[in-house]
Every structure is written in C-alpha cells, then in structure tokens.
Design a protein around this ligand. Structure first.
Ligand code: ADQ
Length: 758
C-alpha cells in the first residue's frame, strides 16, 4: 500500500519518467481515494532493476485532471505525480500525443491532425515533466524517459543537468523520414530526443528511420548508429547512441500462472461457456485502429459467409479494452467494430451462443492467462505496432506447446517470433488463409513452432530488456562529453623548471608556430572589477616581438568582447585577437589564410546572419513583454539580460527564451546568471585555436590558459603542441606554471629560444 513520503529531491540514482505513474486511483466506500499500484510490464521490469540501485523514483501523471496527490512511496519506489489540467489532457495527451503523433508514427492509418495549441501544450507539459525529474535525480544519476508523449524531455533535462545520464525508449514505431517530415515542429522533436545519451527503439527499422531523419533534417554527422550532436557551451560535440531493444514480458511469471489449478479451471469453464466448440480463436487488443481489429473481423465474417468455417465448430473471442474514448477516431472505431460484430452474430450465431464473443472491458492477469490457455489460435493482426505484447503473452501461456500464433509482419514482435504464422493483415485473402491454416495445423507442427517461440520469449524477458537498456546507457552516457579534456595534471604541482625548459626548446625548433594565450589570469592578474584590469605590459610587448618573427603566429583568445580586448591590449595587426570565447575574430595578418577561417565553423554565413536576425527579433519580443529585460546583440550572438527586471518577470522571460531555444536546431544556447545567450557560431576557444592553427599553417601550437574555458583548447593538444596551465586546478594541459609572472617568463624564454634559432 502506498504511504506518504517526504519529497526530498536529488537523492534518486534511477528516475523513470513516463506519461503515467504505475498507480490507479480507487474510490473507497467512504468516497475517499486510494492509490493502488498497477504493475504492468514496465513496472515489473523496473522492479527488477530498481533492486540493483540504492534509490529509485518514478515521475508521471496519476490520471485525472487538477491537483495530484503528494509524492508517495510504493513498492520500494518514490512516486512523483505530475499535474495535468483538463485543458492539457485535451491538448497535450488526447491532442498532440494521440491525435498527431500516434497516427503519424503508425503510418497514418488515420490522418494525423495538427493544431498549434496542441503543440504549445505538449511543450508546456514536457517542460513540467523535465522540471519534476531533474531536481529529484542524484548527482551523476540516471534518468530513463519513456515514449512518444515525452520526446522533448531529454533535451530539457540536459539543459538543466549536464551531470546525469539520460536514456529514452520509444514504445511505438518511428516512421520513415518521408512520413516524419510531415510533422510540424519535427526538428524540435529530434533535438528533444537528442538530449539523450541513448535513444532506444523496438525494431532495427525504427532505429534506422530515426538516424535517417536526424541526418536528413538536422544534417548532423552520423557514423554507424552514433550521432554527433553539436554541443552547448565549451563542449564541441556530444555523441548520442541509437540502439534497438525489443521489449518483452515477465515471461516466467506468466508461464507460472498456467500452473495454478484455479486458472486452469477458468480456462476449461470458458470453453464450456462457449458451448465447447472445437476451436476457439482469440483476439486481445486495446480498441485501437492500429490493431487491425476491423480487418480481422472482416476476414472472420467472410470465412463464415463462404462456409469455410462452421459457427458450430469455431468461435471467435474479441477482447477490446476501452481506450482513448474521447478521441474521435476511437469513437468511430468502436461504433464500426460493434456494428460488425452485431452483423456477424446476427447472420451466423447459432441460438444460445455467439459467432464472435465481444468483450469491451478489462480483465485481470489471471483471466487473461485463462483466455490464452483456452485459445487454439491467437490473432495478432496489427496494421502497425511497436512490439505487441499479446503475442508474447500467448506464447508464455502455452507450456503445453499447443496453440497457433497468427502474427502480423507489421508488429515489432515479427522480427523475433519467426515461427508464428506470418500474415499481411492488409490482404484479407492472406488473412483468411492464415486463419484456416492455423485452425487446421496438426499438433506436431503446433508443438514444433511453439517450442521455438517459447525459447525466444523465455530467453528474452522484460527484465533482460531493462538491464540491457540500462547497461547500454551506462556505456553511452558519460556525465562529461566524450570530448572532455583528459586530465594530465591534477591539483597544483608546478612543472619543474628543467622540464619546462626542455619542452620550450623542442617547441621553439618547430618551423611554423602558433603561440596563443588567454588574457585575464595569464597576461593580466585577475581583479574583482573587470574594467580595472592591469595587463602585464612586459608580457604584451614580448608577444608583439614574437609576432614579428618569421614562422610565428600570435593570437590572444579571450571571453571578453573583441573591442574590449583590443582596447586593453593595443596589439599590432600581426597579432590576431579572438573575443567572446571564440565567437568574434579580429582582423587577420595578410599572410594568414583567411579562407580557412571563412570555411570554419566560426565564420558567419548569410544563413547564420538571417538566423541571428530572427533570434534577435524574437528575443526583443520577449523583452518587450517583460519590463526591465533587454537584448544585447553581438556579431554572432544575441543575449537576453534579465538582471534589471523584477524577479518574477526575469524568471518568466528566461522561461520563454528557453522554450524558444528548444525550437532552434543549430544554435548554441547558454543560460548563465541572469542571462541567456543564443550564439549562431560555436563559442569555444578550442574551435578558435584549431581554426587559427590551420589558417596559419602551424606545425605546432602553444597555449597559455588559466580558466575552465581554456580546457577546450588543451583537450585538443597534439603530439608537438604545448599546453601550459597558469595556476591551480585539474587540467588537460601537460605543463603548469604558478601565475602571470611565470607566464611572462615563458614568453620571454620562448622569444630568446626562437631568436637563437634565427
Ligand atoms: P499497447 O498498444 O498497449 O502498447 P500491447 O503491446 O499489445 O499494446 O500491450 C497491451 C497490453 O494490454 C498487454 O499486456 C495485454 O495483455 C493487455 N490487455 C489488452 N487488453 C486487455 C484487457 N481487456 N484486459 C486486461 N489487459 C488487457 C504499446 C505499444 C506496443 C508495445 C507496448 C510495450 O503500442 O506496440 O508492445 O507499448 O512497449
């Protein structure tokens, strides 16, 4: 029984995020509500993995509109209910999830509808789920997001928590790029999913469709099933793995139920109640147009019409669980199915028993098992289905090796359950002959097929599925980006003078050099007031001299704006200035290959200019709506400043900006303290130094830096390059000096060594 728990955040090692919580509300006789856990396949799977972690949690909607219950504990898990208002149920859930995405992802069996208000609600609700999950996850923890209702959540969590591993599993198919391209907001959906470290699908074809969509619509680099996603901030690239994990059931538990004498008795009673027909054929589905119920009934009706089946010998049971009854396509389907069942029974049912026994309600697990045990044939004729668990449940329920599974090739299960009678449900004649074949299948043939099917289902259960996914996520998800700097020096140990000198001597002999340096903390001591900075004039003058030597290029790379850097250093044209963490590049000396820089990611293109203009105008609109906020326009970025706004206004403006950010495919969005920056070129010193090294045709480069933003440069150190960290802290640089005075000496020594060479 769930009990109230205090909602302490930040302690859960594993957090599942799914549209629904694994609980249902039950009204007690006194009118109060009790929450009862409803273990389905996913809950069972999670139970087994939750046992392996210290603390697990589940974030989801508890069903019903309005105020949700307080967080509570159930089955060793903390449950965090997410609120949904009535209008959101209509727009996010029934609308965008089940009126737009569901039909589109199931090959437009019915036409998807799209309304912008639905999308807005989808965005809002996804953000709410992300905000509920991010704070309850432990540092370095794992978040597993489930299904098409929450595709934006991975990216939204990533923006808040770069330290966690994020996995996403899609339970339904992923459509071909041609179909997916019809979806308005398609790029936002892809970018949302790519916030994950691992994206999992049911079938190989789904994984391939996704990767193709990313390649074609976002233009990201793809190698095998690894997608390179341009990173945020100083991280140049993040890798996202795409992999296939066919979901399954708790096979042992289902199989074990068949041993229960009471369930066996129920199975026998079921056949008796149907008048002891020779054959019982069963269909079990949510009442959904993807499940091919109409096609199945049509085939059954025609077999009765043409006399291939005698209704005295064979009865069909169709279990159709009520589903999404407020969505128009589902109401229509129900009418059609019930009309057809009525017609078939009217025309063919013998007195006192049905030709089709139709049940439009739910059954418990034990009843379901009894049904499977009573069925000679189960028809799974989905027109499109992510996996279809009914097929696997039937197999697990037949330790007697009897029974025949007729399986649509459009269900994910068809990839694994090869020994089933395969069918194309769109082809009614094919469906009819498959049913007849199944009804007539000799016992030995049934046993042979069932043995092979059972082997598959018992070997690959839902526990294995969950463990495989989380294992792959652990592999794929590094809390730091894959390109994170290797730590070469830890702590504060200063490099021995002889070691430093040897390195500088070797470096000075290289024919073409790039010498680059950060400004604050290297060429000028750090001061509290940034405007009062006092550059080390001696160091600057050494750099000027170095820049005049043949074969030597010199650059200053700073987080400061280019103009600021220029006025503080007064460098000649022979020294290249790079401002705003690499986003602004000053004039180049004539011998530098400007075209290399133009082709690099750093340069502005007409497309990027247009994108920046459009970002600027949207941010200005946001700023107008929130007094006190303002927009700064830089050459390659637009920045929303909220420091002068009232607290609430500032938060609202930031939220609007971040929601807008989700819709921008190639923009580097960096939220900071009371500021959100949208950069249309990558803002990384590493990218800048790499481009400068190529533009100056340098054989090796040396870089001096003191800040974490300099690590993106050190991360790229080649065999002949020198990275010198100024001051304390773990670093990917190979050498360390204590402070600005030592940096000055390094430059002086380099000038002397290079001078000796010439
Ligand atoms: P669903 O579309 O819901 O799931 P499915 O995989 O067939 O489809 O699962 C249905 C489940 O509901 C089965 O466990 C079945 O036993 C149960 N069920 C059906 N009718 C019932 C009734 N009347 N009473 C009680 N139980 C009933 C989505 C995807 C699938 C994917 C699953 C899991 O659409 O393709 O297999 O998620 O990833």
């Amino acid at each position: 029984m769930p009990t109230a728990a205090s909602p302490h955040g930040g302690s859960h090692q594993l957090v599942v995020v799914a549209n629904r919580l694994p609980v249902d509300a039950q009204t007690l006789p006194d009118g109060s509500t009790e929450w009862v856990t409803s273990p389905g396949g996913l809950v069972t799977a999670m139970e087994s993995v939750m046992r392996t972690v210290d603390s697990g949690a589940w974030v989801g909607w508890a069903g019903g509109p309005g105020q949700p219950p307080e967080p509570f504990e159930a089955d060793g898990m903390s449950l965090y209910p997410v609120r949904l208002e009535q209008e959101e149920i209509e727009r996010y859930y029934e609308g965008f999830s089940n009126g737009t995405l569901w039909p589109l992802y199931h090959d437009v069996i019915v036409g998807p509808e799209f309304h912008r208000t639905w999308w807005d609600s989808y965005l809002t609700v996804n953000r709410r789920f992300a905000r509920a999950a991010a704070p309850v996850t432990a540092p370095g923890g794992t978040i597993w997001v489930h299904d098409y209702q929450l595709q934006l959540v991975p990216r939204m969590i990533r923006d808040e928590r770069s330290d966690v591993r994020i996995g996403f599993f899609n339970h339904i198919p992923f459509p071909s790029v041609e179909l997916f391209s019809q979806l308005p907001k398609r790029n936002s959906i892809l970018r949302g999913l790519l916030g994950s470290d691992l994206v999992g699908f049911q079938r190989e074809s789904d994984s391939l469709n996704f990767v193709n969509s990313v390649r074609k619509l976002l233009g990201y680099h793809v190698e095998g099933m690894t997608i390179s996603v341009p990173g945020l901030g100083a991280a140049p690239v993040r890798e996202v793995q795409v992999q296939t994990f066919p979901i399954s059931i708790d096979s042992q538990a289902v199989s074990a139920l068949t041993e229960d004498p009471e369930i066996r008795e129920r199975a026998e009673a079921l056949r008796r109640d149907l008048g002891d027909p020779e054959k019982v054929v069963l269909g079990v589905d949510r009442l959904d147009y993807t499940k091919g119920i109409r096609h199945r009934l049509k085939a059954w009706g025609e077999l009765l019409d043409d006399g291939s089946i005698d209704p005295h010998d064979a009865v069909m049971i169709q279990i159709a669980t009520p589903s999404r009854e407020r969505v128009e396509a589902y109401r229509q389907l129900r009418d059609e199915v019930e009309l057809t069942v009525g017609r078939i029974n009217g025309e063919h049912a013998p007195i006192g028993r049905p030709a089709v026994s139709y049940q439009h309600h739910s059954f418990d697990r034990r009843d379901m098992t009894a049904l499977y045990m009573a069925a000679d044939v189960v028809l799974v004729t989905a027109l499109r289905d992510g996996m279809n668990l009914v097929a696997k449940e039937y197999v697990a329920s037949r330790p007697d090796l009897r029974g025949v599974l007729v399986l649509s090739e459009f269900a994910g299960a068809a990839d694994e359950l090869r020994a089933a009678v395969m069918v194309n449900p769109h082809d009614i004649d094919d469906l009819k002959s498959a049913i007849l074949r199944a009804l007539a299948m000799p016992v030995e043939e049934q046993e042979e097929a069932m043995r092979s099917l059972r082997h598959q289902v018992l070997e690959h259960d839902v526990q294995t599925w969950a463990h495989n996914f989380l294992g792959a996520l652990e592999e794929a998800g590094r809390p730091e980006p894959k390109t994170a700097p290797v730590v070469r020096l830890t702590g504060d140990r200063i490099t021995a003078p002889e070691e430093l000198d040897t390195a500088l001597r070797t470096f000075a002999k290289v024919p073409r050099l790039l010498i680059a340096s950060d400004f604050d903390g290297v060429l000028a001591p750090i001061v509290a007031d940034r405007d009062a900075v006092q550059p080390d004039q001696q160091a600057l003058s050494t750099l000027r001299e170095l820049s005049e030597l043949p074969g030597v290029a010199v650059a200053l790379v700073s987080g400061r704006a280019l103009a600021d850097l220029d006025s503080l250093t007064s460098m000649p044209h022979s020294v290249v200035l790079v401002g705003s963490h690499g986003a602004e590049v000053g004039a180049l000396p004539p011998w530098m290959q400007a075209e290399v820089l133009d082709q690099s990611a750093l340069s502005m293109t007409p497309e990027k200019e247009a994108l920046l203009a459009s970002i600027t105008s949207t941010l200005r609109r946001i700023a107008r709506a929130h007094p006190g906020t303002e927009v700064e326009v830089k050459p390659t970025a637009a920045v929303l400043h909220t420091r002068n706004a009232k607290r609430r206004g500032g938060i609202n403006a930031t939220e609007s900006a971040l929601e807008y950010a989700v819709t921008l495919p190639e923009v580097t969005v960096t939220p900071g303290k009371e500021v959100v920056e949208f950069a249309v070129v990558p803002t990384s010193k590493g990218v800048a130094v790499d481009a400068l090294a190529r533009a100056s045709a340098a054989d090796a480069w040396l870089y001096l830096g003191d800040d974490v933003t300099d690590e993106s440069v050190f991360a790229q150190l080649g065999e002949h390059d020198l990275g010198i960290k100024v001051g304390e802290g773990d670093t990917a640089a190979g050498l360390r000096v204590a402070g600005t005075e030592d940096a000055r000496e390094v430059l002086a020594r380099l000038l002397a060594l290079r001078g000796e060479r010439d």
